[in-house]
Design a protein around this ligand. Structure first.
Ligand code: AMP
Ligand code: MG
Length: 416
């Protein structure tokens, strides 16, 4: 019983960028559904959204104060007669004529005749008459009609991920029902004879399944719906059966069983099921054995079993695929920033390393603190880390102070 497979002729470790390109080339769009805009947070919009009218509907005041004629206050201080009081949301019934003012609250439409708002701070705040103490240029404190949105403009494009600002814009244009991508489903399989589940007794020497849960959480964070298939024993038959039971999902992920050990059955099982394997080794550490296969129209990602390798492969390959499947058109890959290492780091040099670092902003600089334990089994190193500092293939040491490309997978904060 051996599944040892030396790389076939022509097979090589793919550079990460090429692997990412190949993965994204294989991704297909998922279908859509209609949702209340209040439920659409975290989804990707699948229709263009237009403004039906100008917003704001007319010129309006940015300040509480008095709508006046700039001519009238040119020789300030001057006293003007207040002819009307205009709370926000009301429309003036009078026109501002020479020598008069209309008291106006932020957001109210500018009355005819006025071309400037004297904010209350430069007046005596009077109600029957007002003394304006300084002159202002025409247009001061006036927000233009349509400055936010113009009637007919596309204000949100199909492919836009919906965050808080997008929800606000949907509300403004009264788009109460929106067409969004349905959540892609992701089946998650954990392989390994040594793996027991969270609520099971753990005999000495066994390992608790953490990958299924961290992967499911990553899937949710990215907008997908995880489906737990559970733990699969290290046999070809069990692996095949698990994969077959997962085929309703848009994506299938497994952890473990993709190396060249005697009990690594994922590639065998995929071959036996007639999958078309696109690649199975990427020139990166952690995470060299990463299988990409297409099986009956589904995409299959076989990730290595080590918890850090699993998460890193998800961040680099699977999260971008989910975004693309939902219809996102740009920013599919995680962002990369330049950050300055705060300690010396080492790498084997045989492939590109992604070192876990904590990126912090200090004095206008991004600093990358490497985690002390960089083993791919050290799951706690992912807790403090928010970035993966890249050490290129062929490089074995990088000294403190060097600026390196760093992939971010969580927010960066200022050091406090
Ligand atoms: P493998 O890639 O199957 O050789 O697994 C490599 C290592 O990853 C194993 O020694 C396990 O300790 C660990 N591992 C595999 N699957 C899981 C899992 N589901 N949860 C946590 N650790 C795992
Ligand atoms: Mg295994």
């Amino acid at each position: 019983m051996t599944t040892f497979q030396a790389p076939r002729a022509g097979e090589r470790m793919l550079p990460v960028e090429e692997a990412q390109r190949r993965v994204l080339d294989e991704v297909r769009l998922v279908g859509t559904e209609q949702l209340a805009f209040t439920e659409a947070l975290g989804r990707v919009l699948r229709e263009d959204v237009r403004a039906a009218e100008d917003i704001p509907q007319g010129d309006n005041t940015a300040m509480d104060g008095y709508a006046v004629r700039s001519e009238d206050i040119a020789a300030a201080p001057v006293t003007l007669r207040v002819i009307e009081d205009l709370p926000a949301g009301t429309v003036a019934t009078k026109r501002v004529e020479r020598g008069t003012a209309i008291r106006i609250m932020t957001g109210a439409l500018i009355p005819e005749g006025a071309d400037v708002v004297a904010h209350v701070e430069i007046t005596d705040g009077g109600s029957a008459q007002v003394r304006v103490l300084s002159s202002l240029k025409r247009g001061t404190n006036i927000r233009a009609r349509g400055e936010d949105m113009r009637a007919g403009d596309i204000v949100l494009e199909a492919g836009t991920p919906i965050h808080a600002a997008e929800v606000g814009v949907l509300a403004s244009v009264q788009k109460s029902i929106v067409k969004v991508a349905r959540r892609p489903s992701i089946a998650i399989i954990s392989t390994g004879d040594e793996i027991v589940d969270v609520d099971e007794p753990r005999p000495f020497g066994k390992v608790v399944n953490s990958n299924s849960y961290s992967l499911a959480a990553l899937a949710r964070e990215t907008g997908a719906l995880p489906r737990m298939i559970g733990i699969v024993r290290d046999t070809r038959e069990a692996t095949m059966a698990a994969i077959e039971s997962a085929l309703e999902s848009d994506f299938i992920i497994s952890s473990g069983g993709v190396s060249v050990g005697a009990y690594d059955f994922v590639k065998d099982a995929l071959d036996a099921l007639g999958a078309e394997t696109k690649f199975w080794q990427v020139a990166m550490k952690p995470g060299k054995p990463v299988v990409l296969s297409r099986l009956r129209d589904r995409l299959y990602f076989g990730l290595p079993g080590n918890p850090v390798s699993c998460m890193v492969s998800f961040i680099l390959f699977i999260a971008p695929s989910i975004r693309k499947a939902m219809g996102q058109r740009s920013n599919l890959l995680p962002p990369t920033v330049a950050a300055k290492l705060t300690a010396n780091v080492k790498s084997r040099g045989d492939r590109r390393s992604y070192l876990r670092v904590r990126v912090v902003a200090r004095n206008g600089e991004l600093l990358a603190d490497p985690m002390t334990a960089q083993g791919s089994g050290v799951s706690t190193s992912m807790v403090q880390a928010n970035g993966l500092a890249i050490v290129e293939q062929g490089v074995t040491a990088v000294t403190s102070g060097t600026v390196v490309d760093t992939v971010l997978f969580a927010p960066v904060f200022s050091e406090s």
